[in-house]
Design a protein around this ligand. Sequence first.
Ligand code: S3P
Length: 452
Amino acid sequence: MAHEQTHPAAAKPGNALKGETGVPGDKSISHRALMFGGLAVGQTRITGLLEGEDVLRTAAAMRAMGAEIVKEADGTWRTRGRGIGALAEPADVLDLGNAGTGARLLMGLVAAHPIFAVFTGDASLRRRPMGRVTAPLLRMGAKFEHRGTSEGKVLLPLAVIGAKNPMPIEYELPVASAQVKSAVLLAGLNTPGKTTTVEKARTRDHTERMLRHFGAEVTIETANGLTRATVTGRPELKASDVIVPGDPSSAAFPLVAGLIVPGSDVTVRGVGLNPLRTGLFTTLREMGATLDIANKRDQAGEEVGDLNARFTALKGVEVPPERAPSMIDEYPILAVAASFAKGRTIMRGLHELRVKESDRLAAIAKGLEACGVKIAIEGDDLIVEGNDGPPPGMEAATPAIATHLDHRIAMSFLVMGLAAKKGTRVDDCATIATSFPDFLPLIRRLGGEIVA
Ligand code: S3P
């Protein structure tokens, strides 16, 4: 795996970024397309799949459990499944690499099949909490053995003994997590009766949408501030083609580069605009960004559009905690934008950032401090003092940033370097391949200079 070997990279300032580009397919949707296509009987064609390491790990795991998954000569992917309830026991450990989504959603699937499977991942994934997923799955009848028990933690490697007779549950999510919600709903697929998740804060609903697209019965009800998603178990999933939209979480990087590098004008086509994913774009507009959305259209049940960002003097804002689920992966790049804004930006309710691919709250804070940005963490809030342009600390020396095996930290600080006098250096850009393999060439095509 690329991320076992580190590759430093440096961003150099100077050029305006100009031009039009696409971005790779949505990571969340790509994982789900392979899982559902790999379960459904018959042939599913997937167009625009993200061919990042995370997603390829999910493909390998699904193959190990009996799905046929191949890439065609024309670049589309074709899957053929054995049907709900027919997952095969994998002959070896399932290594999900850096992918929290792959690991947690597949644990849900395995939990309701009478099979044994062992999950592991890279050093980052092996540090991430899995108890949030095993807690509801235990109630459905699965059993687990895992590392971390002596410290009261649930960590990979983790063995799942799937339930022979899974039981449906109603589960109120203690954390705002689409991965936890999805793990429960996926376990519900092979569970008789109705399995329900209850959310206070709505998280991305790609699982619910795509299950419906594959013919499952999924109902969504919102009342008294709670959203209930219910799946009826043992549906006949019908193979259904999927078109994967461009990932808004990846589009965020060239778009913010367009906003903070003087003279830039960047268009990203075909970006997913699912309203549960667009918190960053809302926030950037509140900051005064020249960020236009055109050509909105529906693409296989998901909204997409073309986004244009032009260099703008941004202003600081307060981002409310309830917006966090719709932009949870975008705080690193928002914090970079906030450093260039006039005035203070306060981002509230960021506790979940501590358990991402790295402790992102700490990684953002340390990275910004290395760039001479004044920041504070108060409880779960991050406060960034804007500099009305590049942070003065970046005029004198090139900051060196530690990325902690985190692709989004790497991309955020490379974007930052495109806009400040001495650029930036990051200790590793290999992890970028997990979600955005084309990031460096894409930035270069737009005119940005990154050396690796
Ligand atoms: C994802 C959900 C989010 C997000 C992750 C992808 C998904 O994680 O950060 O990148 O595909 O469901 P959480 O569910 O842990 O919030």
